[in-house]
Design a protein around this ligand. Structure first.
Ligand SMILES: [Cu+2]
Length: 235
């Protein structure tokens, strides 16, 4: 009998620890595009033959990234009000922005205040990394083909500034410098997931570079998993 007491004590103590992380809520959802998608012109990379060598298929602008069933990528979903109090130290790991085949990957990204943004150049050609923030300092860093990576950090929160490459005018990305971890960027499946939200009422915003923003208000209790879906259409 005694060994059962010991066993149950272990289970009880373990569950106190595991439940503490289960208490936080999770927010999930899917972003979709409604209506007929506009057609985009193929990007012509003839100006730089090195870029051309990286592609066997036509390349299109990343403005509207649609997956199966009109699921929508490159949408930035984040909490805009009701943000939990407290300090959220940035992760030690950098956020990576690649310039692969003379295209930014990802096209939309979030980085935390103080977190490193690592920009890679695997292309074997010259790129220049030109960021145009307003709250943070503007930067313009040449990356000749031998300069494979650079790192940049940002000391102020700033929502969505553009990045561009002055060598390849079709290259563009959007960077948001966040002071909290409650954001997510959709990929081609349109899905987002925001975890570890304390119980509360929040206003959630989905942002798209051309189609504007959509908002929703949610209330989550501890341990909830809530689903919120957004849809965008041509204005
Ligand atoms: Cu470039």
């Amino acid at each position: 009998m005694k060994k059962y007491y010991i066993y149950f004590s272990f289970v009880f103590i373990f569950c106190i620890f595991c439940v503490s992380s289960v208490f936080a809520a999770t927010l999930t959802g899917v972003v979709k595009y409604e209506g007929e998608a506009p057609k985009f012109k193929e990007i012509k990379m003839d100006a730089d033959p090195v870029c051309l060598t990286h592609h066997n298929n036509p390349v299109y602008p990343q403005i509207l990234l649609l997956g199966e069933d009109n699921a929508m990528g490159n949408v930035f979903v984040h909490i805009v009000s009701g943000q939990p109090r407290g300090k959220f130290p940035p992760p030690d790991q950098p956020v990576v922005l690649n310039q692969k085949g003379c295209m930014y990957d990802p096209h939309v990204l979030g980085v935390r205040v103080g977190q490193a943004l690592k920009v890679l150049n695997p292309d074997g050609t010259l790129h220049n990394v030109h960021g145009l923030p307003k709250e943070n300092e503007e930067f313009n860093i040449a990356m000749p083909k031998f300069r494979k990576e650079i790192t940049r950090t940002f000391d102020k929160p700033e929502f969505m500034f553009p990045m561009k490459c002055d060598v390849h005018p079709w290259m563009g990305a959007w960077v948001s410098v966040m002071d909290h971890p409650f954001f997510s960027v959709t990929k081609e499946d349109g899905k987002f997931r925001i975890e570890d939200l304390p119980a509360g009422e929040y206003e959630i915003e989905a942002w798209h570079e051309k189609l504007g923003t959509k908002k929703a208000t949610i209330v989550v209790a501890e341990g909830d998993t809530k689903e919120v879906n957004f849809s965008f259409s041509k204005p």
